[in-house]
Design a protein around this ligand. Structure first.
Ligand code: SF4
Length: 290
């Protein structure tokens, strides 16, 4: 496979065939994100992608899962995406699941019929970075969508039959907006009931706008205790069924639960973590050279 590095994939796609169908992120403006800053967005020519599928089908004929990279392949025009899905299922007889990263914008740009046809062609799982439910935070980090647009996007994708795995970033509301960030994020979960909800912890990535703002004191880095309080406020308000995970490398403690079933147990655990967590800012090692 001819990968254009760096290539990112969710932890749960560790055993999947990673197929780079786009390079970079078509949006690429979120102030906290450094994933695709070194890449100029482009769609890989379909011939190139089909060649790779062909090659991979000879090398790894028993592929069961495939993940489409890079940042937001759901931005591909419908016919382009359908060609890729059709080729994948034809090439790999054991293929059970195809998934990809998607932005709320990608979903909003497609009609319900387009989403349904893509879903029926075999794209099943969308990993969607929601980041926050607070309009103030979304605006501050230049996410490019509002709370209500995110709700519309998630509900339309669900209606089309997609499984949704959403991620939120603890700490994005800094020290002033943390409670609103937590509560509004929970409200998005309640309004959309994604199948999976993940809470990551903010990492300040060198060469991002947010890193620069933190370095200049324009963004108040949250404390360990603040992050745990934020997680508690987030979890307390979630009232719909969702598999909750906070076990990314960025997280301070690994947390797994099914909500709302395990809410009480989780709240008790979090209260304990709050009492133990230091009132110090998150690691300054993330504040490397600008
Ligand atoms: S967070 Fe997602 S949408 Fe925003 S720049 Fe990064 S990859 Fe693109």
């Amino acid at each position: 496979m001819r990968y254009e590095e760096p290539v990112f994939r969710p932890p749960s796609e560790a055993k999947s065939l990673i197929l780079q169908v786009t390079i970079g992120c078509s949006y690429n403006r979120c102030t906290f994100c450094g994933m695709y800053k070194t890449k100029r967005f482009r769609i890989r020519p379909i011939e190139e992608v089909l060649e790779e599928i062909d090659w991979a089908s000879r090398e790894y004929p028993f592929v069961r899962r495939a993940f489409l990279a890079d940042g937001d392949p759901l931005c591909l025009p419908e016919d382009h995406m359908l060609k890729i899905l059709e080729a994948l299922y034809r090439a790999f007889p054991c293929l059970e699941r195809v998934s990809t990263y998607a932005t709320p914008q990608n979903i909003l740009e497609k009609s319900n019929e387009e989403l349904k046809r893509i879903r029926e062609a075999g794209l099943q799982l969308l990993y969607i970075g929601v980041e926050s439910g607070s309009d103030k935070v979304l605006k501050m980090v230049k996410k490019g969508v509002t709370h209500s647009q995110i709700v519309e996007a998630l509900n339309r994708a669900k209606e089309a039959g997609f499984t949704l795995s959403t991620t939120f970033v603890l700490g994005l509301g800094e020290r002033d907006l943390w409670l609103e960030h937590a509560k509004e994020s929970a409200r998005i979960v309640n309004e959309t009931a994604p199948h999976y909800t993940a809470a990551l912890t903010l990492m300040l990535i060198p060469k991002t706008v947010l890193h620069f703002q933190a370095k200049k004191g324009m963004f108040k880095i949250p404390t360990y205790r603040g992050i745990m309080k934020e997680m508690l406020a987030f979890v307390e308000d979630i009232n719909v069924e969702t598999v909750f995970r906070s076990n990314h490398v960025s997280n301070l403690v690994p947390i797994k639960a099914t909500l709302p079933r395990d809410k009480e147990r989780l709240i008790n655990e979090l209260v304990g973590y709050i009492l133990e967590a230091p009132e110090e800012p998150l690691p300054s090692t993330w504040l490397g050279p600008v």
